[in-house]
Write a protein that binds this ligand. Structure first.
Ligand code: SF4
Length: 124
């Protein structure tokens, strides 16, 4: 009997990815999006600058981007139905630059948004 090793398991497909419920997969995708934005704003400044030039529109203060993966504790829902960030002037870059690109808009729309984000991207 051969000994189990992770590399052998990958080669022989002994490691099967379990079929996860759609809600769990959606959460995982949102978490990956957060990691992706953190990585991009940390080490991909040129990409961020290029995408910022293609970004158009303005924030509608729906607050949905602050609910990806978990609801941000600094998100404040206000009486008029909009939301605000309690640390707006000091928020991290991955929040300030949202949406960085179309993938972020897709992540945001996966929350079941009824109205689109105020931002969109021109074609390069
Ligand atoms: S999802 Fe878009 S419109 Fe809504 S708060 Fe975030 S950036 Fe603004």
């Amino acid at each position: 009997m051969s000994r189990f090793t992770p590399l052998r398991a990958l080669k022989t497909s002994q490691l099967k990815t379990p079929k996860l419920p759609p809600k769990v997969r959606a959460k995982m995708a949102q978490g990956m999006g957060k990691l992706r934005r953190f990585a991009l704003t940390t080490i991909q400044e040129k990409y961020i600058a290029r995408m910022q030039k293609l970004r158009q529109g303005a924030c509608k203060r729906c607050g949905l981007c602050c609910k990806l993966f978990f609801e941000c504790p600094f998100l404040q829902n206000i009486a008029d139905g909009n939301s605000r960030c309690r640390i707006h002037g000091r928020k991290p870059d991955n929040c300030s630059f949202f949406p960085i690109d179309e993938r972020d808009l897709q992540d945001r729309d996966s929350l079941g948004a009824l109205v689109p984000c105020g931002f969109s991207f021109r074609k390069a």
